[in-house]
Design a protein around this ligand. Sequence first.
Ligand code: RRO
Length: 291
Amino acid sequence: MTVDFCGLELAHPIINGSGTFDAIAAHRTFGDELLERFPFAAFVSKTVTLEPRQGNPPPRLWEVAGGLINSIGLPNKGLAGYLEHDLPILARLPVPLIVNVMGFSRDEVAELVAAFAERSAVGALELNVSCPNVETGLIMGADPGETAKLVRRVRPLTDKPLIVKLTPNATDVAAVAQAAQHAGADAVSLINTLRGMALDPKTGEPWLGGVTGGVSGPAVRPIALAQVHAVAQAVDIPIIGMGGVQSGRDARDLMFAGATLVAIGTESFRDPAAGLRVTSELSELLANTAV
Ligand code: RRO
């Protein structure tokens, strides 16, 4: 099941979605067994911003039928903290590292990309233009023109593969994907979460500290499938498909729809070894699939 993804040699097509698996915490809990049986073929780290962030006020999670709504709000140590504390640990993982970055302006993203471009431990960069939980409510990746401007700005700053993480909260996701490709992206990943809301049953007020949040989990799987399929008709760069994957069959469906790699997100919260299970189910299914 080995895959060449933008020049990275991966043992199989299953990776994690950014922010859904904390490899540093998992190593603390499971020890070196985690490194010996790492659940993913590449590791995508949680979004890094230029400055440290506390994240959104609690509560940050709400469970819905078939999934979760999160309003985490990008808590992270910031670029300097990530370089000093996280990168040296993540560099020791047995798989390529993909660093996910987000900025509040093109200049901020450029600074992040330039900083990671110099680090040999970083295999690829993912540009998060799709977080639903920012104070401004603005999502750069909702607009093809804004996405193209960002990719054109940062493309010259690195030779590393650039992946653009797309939002499902856009009028025409395929148009955004095409804009990213034409501006120089090497791959696209989708879907990020869908904007949603939950009310406190006692007060009728918004439950989440951030008022709205992002819906993920099996509930969004058909939406992910449709959007991956639409994007696959529009671009010829590789696609990382994700959204509600719980089984080898779900992963294979996204691959049938056009994904080269498949990411697991919410399922890892329920089962930290989901990556291993989905990979072995996928391997069995592909062996029995006449192509
Ligand atoms: O941190 C978050 O609240 C978050 C991010 Br950066 C994202 O890209 N998607 C999401 O659902 N939550």
